[in-house]
Design a protein. Sequence first.
Lengths: 456, 456
Amino acid sequence: MRNILIIGCGKSSSALIKYLQEKSESENLKLTIGDISLENAQKFVNNHPKTQAIKLDIFDKTQRQERLQEADIVISMLPARFHIEVAKDCIVFNKNLVTASYISKEMEALDEQVKANNLVFMNEIGVDPGIDHMSAMQVIDNIRAQGGKMLLFESFTGGLVAPESDNNLWNYKFTWNPRNVVVAGQGGAAEFIQEGQFKYIPYHRLFRRTEFMEVEGYGKFEGYANRNSLAYQEVYGLQNIKTLYRGTLRRVGFSKAWNMFVQLGMTDDTYNMENSEEMSYRDFVNAFLPYSPTDSVELKTRYSLKIDQDDLMWEKLVELDIFNRNKKIGIKNATPAQALQKILEDKWTLSPDDKDMIVMYHKFGYELNGEKKQIDSTMVLEGENQTYTAMAKTVGLPVAIAALKILNREITTSGVLRPIDQAVYEPILKELETYGVIFKEKEMKYLGYNIDNVVG
Amino acid sequence: MRNILIIGCGKSSSALIKYLQEKSESENLKLTIGDISLENAQKFVNNHPKTQAIKLDIFDKTQRQERLQEADIVISMLPARFHIEVAKDCIVFNKNLVTASYISKEMEALDEQVKANNLVFMNEIGVDPGIDHMSAMQVIDNIRAQGGKMLLFESFTGGLVAPESDNNLWNYKFTWNPRNVVVAGQGGAAEFIQEGQFKYIPYHRLFRRTEFMEVEGYGKFEGYANRNSLAYQEVYGLQNIKTLYRGTLRRVGFSKAWNMFVQLGMTDDTYNMENSEEMSYRDFVNAFLPYSPTDSVELKTRYSLKIDQDDLMWEKLVELDIFNRNKKIGIKNATPAQALQKILEDKWTLSPDDKDMIVMYHKFGYELNGEKKQIDSTMVLEGENQTYTAMAKTVGLPVAIAALKILNREITTSGVLRPIDQAVYEPILKELETYGVIFKEKEMKYLGYNIDNVVG
């Protein structure tokens, strides 16, 4: 019986645990789910005979190390900043480790020790990062194997609401951590490369520099730039590429409307507002508008954002009930971002029957035998329900599949890794297909970075 | 013979040193000017028999303490962050200290020790902070002495080019540290109070939320908000005031044009641009615009900033030669702000015959005997030449006057202070008048905070 220790469980653990439970008999697996809340861990047991839930405080070193020693492999689903102590213990006790988080500098620094101990620390193997890495590298490696040279790589991922549950003017609901959505794009300019030129977008312009993309059967989406595109030169070996751009997908029109909040200053998370607890939604809006002895908050908002009388943008604000005089923010010393999150959660929280959706869109431009070509690759996965969401499946399944393959010595390369090697991504992507994670490729006319499709 | 040690000298030291030299005979003064560059210190000697220049490295503790022990009072004109070691030594060796800088937390923390030693550490006694404190407190104390209650305080200061030297479309030249101008307003939202409501302006809107003001004989100016208005509640005892707003003055139209740089992201000082050394001015502009296979940097700029064909804003950009293909930024790893500063310095550096100008504008709203009233108080000082600039005079003269008064025991209150007590500001303001620093007061109709002067 092989013991898999899963540390920390949240929304994304459902599909991960279900997968391993389904394999427990054939693969001879025992699961230990450790969480700071025993009650929370117990939710994931599902009456499965080989699964035990335990209370596990990762800051209790003795307990942590005891549990770790009993494991044959460790999956950490903790928030990214908490992985490092677990990772260090994994070196001490010679355990392999799987996480869905970006490799931090501290994690990266363990690489030599991990290699010296012949261990596998597989990270960035959720959806984004994770499935994006694997599906992109599969196409890139294939182009290179044919002798092609990469010219352009653009990649977008979005966690959205499924079409059947898409019933507000924003075409958006929170399917993941709302806070990350509210502060998305902050902390510095977005940097990327377009046709060999380095380009920079400041935060306050980010949501007005989108691209549109069409996904067959799902219509149009738009993408705004992520901050970190340049890092992918190194990771994917795209050092001389002409265009490199990573972004986040939303339904068309979301970004332009979101920009209203950015422009007013409502997404700022760096200071606390006075009297935020007693502040009404209307007061919150008014705090970003000049005082006037005569004019309404509504007209000041329209004027400040140049919203015409017949502009749908206005209806999007009204739908949020953001001018309400009675609803209170109710949070002490709230930052604007926290106050805005409160207002949005009233309207953008999934209803019990709502389903979510993950959409991924890659563009690969390349030159092969003197000819310039482009492949667009898309993936859409809808959630089953509020437990087995598209997010939980796309984050949890690759983690679970990788963990089992490492346990079975099918993945053996040692080090602090991400899933960018063919030996890793090929079998995982293949298995993911049986769970509905299917990429569709389409040949496109290569026009380079060319937002208006102008034929020079 | 009393020895005044002046540590650190720059542009602002000329008027300060001249004042003390002129008083040296009558007041029995000896001046020691210490600077990291002996050559620089020597420039300020002016063949004056009682002035010596020395090389002084404030990080050389032995030398610093030696020189300090010989002094009867110390004036530190060092950059604000370097005062603290000097201040600590002043406590050890029982010396009074004068600086023109904002009181830092470290300086504030010395208050008890300074009081225990019965010393005077007078800070914030330049122009802004300095003359603004003194001239505002004089009016505020006067209103209170009559039994009035403060309702509104707005205060604006600007370092500008004098009308006779004002010959570019921006009506602006650098009369002080250009870097401070380029990054002005960054680091967080501006916070202030309008009619009892806390208001917040994010950086990217700061230069579009200006107020206009008229100064008799000088025409219109505009003010944009400083970040720190709320701190003045405490400092000036304005805790229950309805409107509190501090800002920076520019000529009308400057802020709207400056906003073009803010919108493009050119004032960002948080990251380094790729290839900045070899980048042309045109490349710099293009880095903030999307790639296009067909369109010019000019049209992309107009489109991105929505500049109509006949808008003077465009001429302001062209005047800066910002689309030049041949001029290079020439700075390694420049931030956008550093690159922009380079471009602006080509055009906004004062010519040898140019004169500068300091403008200050205060508004005081108050209630007296049931009646609401307003006094506007303005001060304009033009520079004499490039040595005795308005900036050097308004920064240096209050420092020099205060230092002499402390030396003569005319100012004796001990502690880490700013010039907000009548006993301090009254005689200094009086003496400043003889140097042309004259405030003109005017009674105005009180309309509260009311940017469009709407009569309710």
